[in-house]
Design a protein around this ligand. Structure first.
Ligand code: SD4
Length: 322
């Protein structure tokens, strides 16, 4: 039984899902559904973790990572650490459609975007400036219990730097509870009425990251993956860890071998857990016939949104995590 068209989205990013569904319902293409759907979150700054004005880096700048993949042609467009352009997934789409490349990064990705007609503007907002100031004044490079010298302020000393890796490990051990889970990427997989599969992601990454850092989200096979002959998958969570395992690719390959979307997602998550028992993240998988499932770890539960023809409206599915 085929259940297409259909779209699935990580977390409770409902407005994006509804937008993608509108495209699919009208007979539109999966790629457009992904681009237009994720764009909604970029404009609405979903959760503060997608789009401009969130997750300032150590210098207070927001940079964006996004990916879009066409499962029919196996073509990819991605941007990493994109500066000064709000429409990250659309820039990724332009990389896909207008170049022979797959991935552009940083300032030079911005130049490409400007040449393509995108508007350059600051991604800093009063809120992101405040967030950054508070972190900089209260936490940044402060001496703490295992260091009796103040770290060299010229060197990176944010939560992801080597200088604070001890603290990070302590946190993982549970000695100090901090909000490590400060990122909620939008990841989407869509199948249109022709059976074409597309997937994509958009995020502003991790708070107070070292400038230049990109996570899993823009990496094909990591943040998302699509293949018409199988289906697609998308991931969210601790990107520095996740990108080492290409969980979206793995989930798709598991489905290729006959696994259900749920067990495919579970295999992808468990592969990471085997090495990083404290990692936090989730994978959602969608088969080419429109079956879906998800798996997650390190949080209590993980919601994802589905929109298809079986219901009048979208549906939020809450998965219990391992
Ligand atoms: C990252 N994976 O940059 C992204 C953030 C995220 O759910 O997923 N959050 O690490």
């Amino acid at each position: 039984e085929e259940n297409i068209p259909i779209v699935v989205t990580t977390w409770k990013f409902i407005n994006s899902t509804v937008k993608a569904w509108e495209v699919l319902k009208e007979g539109g293409e999966a790629l457009d559904a992904i681009e237009l759907g994720a764009s909604v979150c970029e404009k609405q700054q979903c959760d503060g973790t997608v789009g401009y004005g969130g997750s300032p880096d150590e210098n207070g700048e927001t940079t964006l990572d996004a990916l879009i993949m066409n499962g029919k042609t196996m073509n990819v467009g991605a941007v990493g650490a994109l500066r000064g352009i709000k429409d990250a997934i659309s820039v990724a789409r332009h990389v896909l459609e207008h170049t022979k490349h797959s991935f552009l990064v940083g300032e030079l990705a911005t130049q490409f975007a400007v040449e393509m007609g995108f508007h350059r503007e600051t991604l800093v907002t009063p809120q992101s400036k405040e967030m950054w100031k508070k972190w900089f004044n209260e936490d940044h490079c402060q001496p703490n219990f295992w260091m009796n010298v103040k770290p060299d302020p010229r060197k990176s000393c944010g939560p992801y730097s080597k200088q604070s890796s001890k603290k990070y490990d302590e946190d993982i051990e549970g000695h100090m509870k901090v909000d490590r889970y400060n990122h909620d990427t939008i990841g989407m997989v869509a199948i249109d009425k022709n059976g074409d599969v597309a997937a994509g992601t958009s995020t502003n990454g991790a708070k107070f990251k070292i400038p230049g850092r990109i996570g899993d989200s823009p990496i094909p096979g990591s943040g998302a993956y699509a293949d018409n002959t199988v289906g697609g998958a998308a991931a969210t969570g601790d990107g520095d860890i996740m990108l080492r395992f290409l969980p979206s690719f793995l989930a798709v390959e598991e489905m290729r071998r006959g696994s259900s979307p749920t067990s495919a997602a579970r295999v992808a998550v468990e592969r990471i857990v085997a090495y990083y028992p404290d990692f936090m993240g989730a994978v959602v998988a969608l088969s080419k016939v429109g079956k879906h499932g998800a798996a997650c770890h390190g949080i209590t539960s993980f919601p994802y949104v589905v929109h298809d023809t079986t219901q009048e409206s979208y549906k939020v599915i809450e998965v219990k995590c391992s």
